[in-house]
Design a protein around this ligand. Structure first.
Ligand code: S3P
Length: 419
């Protein structure tokens, strides 16, 4: 059965985290419309409140009051980041230059994720950050920071953001030399909120300063959530799906460029550009897809969409190669292994060669007795769509992880599926 219709995806998760957490470093009051309602963003809201931040719910959104860098300091503050790597990494940078001591912890999956690469450049700036052998919990003793010039070799927007946000509280400018570009929401928000940030190719320099909240912020829709339906439309015959109010920044829409290359019909209408490009996207089934090669410099722009793109690749003619995707080993699960095992269990030919992922299609699906997402929300949604594409029903373990990023996933699926 095809997927047909239009839907409005939840507010972008990356931007929602930043709206909340960067308010710690800002003055003023802002009404946010369309904030993501997912579990990860609730972790950021919980952290903001634990630090003394005030929010109030109104009919058209959430009002948030900037903390002006003044967080509760009377005792060590324990913050539960839940499953959210973004909450933990951005907060580490934000808190490093404030007064107080803080201990950031999370669930079993988050406790297995690397934190040392965030701690290292901050320590270079004078921060006191301790990890447990490079992993959470992370303890931060707020201290005076000085601006430095540092090189970041990992293509991680979270890492870049942590250093930029620490730089806002340093005593002199901080320069980051990046090895590759990645989503730029932190940079855009710093500028939009009155901060001073200069960029020259892959070099960024942020000046110390307090941010100023705008009166209103309208959160654009999350492409990483919409991708499950847009990619599914490209592989399920007869489908046509429109995502409205979608964030369309270049650093987040790599999956649409790849779908287009693979032969899907992708049409895009840009509606506004400030502070983030936003518009409407329609994907129409256009016959079987063909394989493509995804280059290393494209990977950051589609990092969270690789599981669902790998599913599309299982149905495409030829070998699709995702080059240098080792960052996937550091996500909620080792996503390279989860993709290989779970799509492999459905009969797909998936190989890992060094840091590359290779998927050979087209696949004639076979059905295992059960699939297992390993409690990884993006894997869980990929497997739901895989079963839709295979027109089959098999239990999937770990579906309860889906609200970590997309609480309305099932409702949107029902509305597009039962037209
Ligand atoms: C994110 C950056 C990416 C992405 C994550 C959200 C962000 O992680 O996978 O879901 O909001 O900055 P990395 O920066 O570790 O690649």
């Amino acid at each position: 059965m095809p997927l047909i219709g239009s839907f409005t995806p939840p507010g972008d998760k990356s931007i929602s985290h930043r709206l909340i957490l960067m308010s710690i470093l800002a003055e003023g009051e802002m009404l946010i419309s369309g904030l993501s309602n997912c579990e990860d963003v609730k972790s950021s809201l919980g952290a903001f409140r634990t630090l003394g931040g005030l929010t109030s719910l109104q009919v058209d959104g959430l009002v948030i009051k900037g903390l002006n860098r003044e967080v509760r300091t009377n005792e060590q503050i324990d913050i539960d980041c839940g499953n959210s790597g973004t909450t933990m990494r951005l907060l580490t940078g934000i808190l490093a230059g404030l007064s107080g001591s803080f201990r950031l912890d999370g669930d079993r999956q988050l406790r297995a994720r690397p934190m040392q690469r965030v701690a290292d450049p901050l320590i270079q700036m004078g921060a006191k950050v301790e990890t447990d052998n490079g992993r959470p919990p992370v303890t931060i003793f707020g201290s005076k920071l000085s601006g430095v010039t540092c090189r970041i070799n990992d293509a991680s927007a979270q890492l870049k953001s942590a250093v930029l946000l620490a730089g806002l509280s340093a005593s002199s400018p901080t320069t980051i030399v990046l090895s590759s570009s990645s989503r730029d929401h932190t940079e855009r928000l710093i500028r939009y909120w009155g901060g001073r940030l200069a960029s020259d190719g892959l070099t960024l320099t942020v000046q110390p300063g307090l941010l100023k909240l705008p009166r209103r912020f309208l959160t654009p829709g999350d492409p990483s959530s919409a991708a499950f339906f847009l990619v599914a439309a490209s592989i399920i015959s007869g489908s046509r799906v429109t995502a409205k109010n979608l964030l369309l920044s270049h650093g987040r829409t790599g999956f649409l460029r790849v779908l287009d290359r693979m032969g899907a019909k992708v049409s895009l209408t840009m509606e506004s550009d400030t502070p983030e490009p936003t518009g409407e996207v329609t994907v129409t089934y256009n016959g079987p897809l063909h394989a493509t090669e995804i280059q290393p410099d494209e990977v950051p722009s589609l990092i969270d969409e690789i599981p669902i793109l790998a599913l599309a690749a299982t149905l495409a003619e030829g070998v699709t190669i995702f080059r240098k995707v080792d960052e996937l080993r550091l996500k909620e699960t080792d996503r390279l292994m989860s993709i290989r095992h779970q799509l492999g269990a459905m009969g797909a030919r998936v190989r890992i060669e060094g840091d590359d992922l290779l998927v050979e299609g087209p696949t004639s699906f076979i059905l295992p007795t059960q699939l297992d997402s390993g409690h990884d929300h993006r894997l869980a949604m990929t497997l739901v769509m895989a079963l839709k594409a295979a027109n089959a029903k098999v239990p999937i373990a770990g579906l309860e992880s889906i609200p970590i990023s997309y609480p309305d996933f099932q409702n949107h699926l029902d509305s597009l599926w039962s037209h």
